[in-house]
Design a protein around this ligand. Structure first.
Ligand code: SAM
Ligand code: SF4
Length: 457
């Protein structure tokens, strides 16, 4: 088939890193079926929206996209809605947007080749009933789009059923890949030239090797020991399954990054109980004490918080505020509680008004910004390793990231070539903001001369 005859597809992704990586795998699957990826909906025969329904706003985006691009269906283009909104809304999507040909949840992606044949025949295809599967979506043909980081999903789905969350209904039950297949994929990623690997799962540390060979902490350490791997990240960890062994692995395997993302959701044990999180504030703080007690590393800690969960009193919100002071997070992803279909919280009493949720969110964000201002300022004067992610040509800066996952943008000495994307350099931090650091790249000799100031952040 010639280049011009090849069918083309465009994929737009909403939501989390899991979704971004699912899109890489869906794209790989389409490429293996003879399709070619293009960069705009206008240029594509088949347009995919990989959707997110975690909050109402995210869900609305896809319907406005479908409405905006309806005109393209008159040109013979086909539309596919995949991901969480697809699973949640199912065939109702065909009623709301009749120009859609394919609706599939993430548990059905392994059946994409058959679904593609159906829509090529002019039929509608659905993949919605597969959530009880034991199978994961593995494909040899992942179309990796991140130029410096290889993602690996090690566990799919979620069995936790937090009272506010749609994920268990949209992504199906928890199912882990064998640790052998994860290690195999990690080796392929390194062979392709990437040196940073991120292990993914809605609850990555609930990982349970189907063959029982390795715990999550053991798998993490083994990925870190693979030849050619420079950095390993993992997200998202659930406090319930967070163990001392994970801290021990980070503390002893130098390639494991100094960062843990551990969502707390609320500082009130009563609210945590109503959310069905199955841990208390005290248990969460105990896990933080393990992280802070690491002997060789300073591990950065970030979290997720929901404000305005039904019934959250002002006093309970203040407990969340006091937890911010105790925990000293380096970043907080904060959300107003968003009522979601099918979830137990939807019918809980004492809903908090939108206005009050907005107020609490602003109070929380203002305080957290100040905490981060102080945390980030501690790095000024340090020499740290940055991985190069890109360039901000207008500011003549290289954009990078520290092991602690902090953005570090830096200048390069006059007459020195800018380092390549994916490379690692030593940078002296000269300024800080609440969300990023600014530095100057060190020359090789300078980096060697300053071991006392050196720290990996
Ligand atoms: N599995 C992870 C955990 O339990 O910590 C979180 C994954 S979830 C996809 C990402 C974040 O979205 C959650 O940590 C929570 O803060 C937020 N979230 C989920 N449902 C929400 C809702 N209904 N309203 C507001 N935020 C929500
Ligand atoms: Fe959602 Fe809770 Fe599962 Fe996280 S653990 S994905 S918040 S149900």
């Amino acid at each position: 088939m010639s280049f011009e005859q090849q069918k083309t597809f465009f994929i737009e992704t909403f939501g989390c890193q899991m979704n971004l990586h699912d899109s890489e795998k869906v794209a790989g699957s389409l490429v293996s079926q003879g399709y070619r990826q293009v960069l705009s909906a206008e240029d594509a025969d088949l347009i995919f929206y990989n959707t997110c329904s975690i909050r109402d706003k995210a869900e609305q985006k896809v319907f406005s996209r479908l409405a905006n691009f309806k005109r393209l269906s008159k040109m013979g283009k086909k539309f596919a809605v995949i991901g969480c909104v697809a699973q949640q809304e199912g065939e109702r999507i065909f009623e709301r947007a009749p120009h859609v040909s394919l609706v599939a949840g993430s548990a059905s992606y392994r059946n994409l080749p058959e679904m593609l044949v159906q829509i090529e025949r002019g039929e509608r295809a659905t993949g919605l009933d597969d959530r009880n599967t034991e199978e994961t979506f593995e494909t040899e043909f992942t179309a990796r789009t991140n130029p410096h980081r290889g993602y690996i999903t090690i566990i799919e789905g979620c069995d936790k059923f937090c009272a506010y969350c749609v994920v268990p209904y949209t992504r199906g039950r928890e199912r882990s890949r064998t640790s052998e297949s994860v290690l195999e994929e990690a080796r392929r990623i390194v062979d392709s030239g990437l040196t940073e690997i991120q292990l993914l799962g809605q609850n990555v540390n609930s990982y349970c090797d189907p063959l029982g060979r390795r715990s999550f902490a053991e798998l993490l350490a083994e990925v870190g020991h693979l030849a050619g791997v420079r950095r390993v990240r993992f997200t998202t960890s659930h406090p319930r399954h967070f163990t001392r062994e994970i801290v021990e692995a980070i503390d002893t395997v130098p390639t494991l990054c100094d960062h843990v993302h551990l969502p707390i959701q609320s500082g009130s044990s009563r609210v945590l109980d109503a959310m069905a999180r199955e841990y208390t504030r005290e248990q969460y703080m105990e896990r933080i004490s393990w992280i802070r007690a690491a002997k060789h590393r300073t591990i950065s800690l970030t979290t997720d918080i929901i404000v305005g969960f039904p019934g959250e009193t002002q006093e309970e919100f203040e407990l969340t505020m006091s937890l911010l002071e105790e925990a000293q997070f380096d970043a907080v992803f904060s959300f107003k509680y968003s009522p979601r279909p099918n979830t137990p919280a939807l019918v809980m009493e004492n809903a908090i008004s939108e206005e009050e949720k907005t107020r609490r969110l602003a109070v929380l964000n203002d305080r957290q910004r100040e905490i981060q201002r102080v945390n980030y300022a501690r790095h000024v004067g340090q020499v740290v390793e940055a991985m190069v992610e890109g360039y901000q040509t207008a500011r003549e800066q290289v954009t990078g990231r520290t092991s602690q996952n902090k953005p570090l943008n830096f200048t390069v000495p006059v007459g020195v070539a800018a380092p390549a994307v994916g490379g690692y350099v030593q940078v002296r931090v000269v300024r800080s903001h609440p969300n990023s650091l600014v530095g100057e790249m060190c020359l090789a000799e300078e980096a060697e001369e300053t071991p006392a100031a050196y720290s990996v952040i």
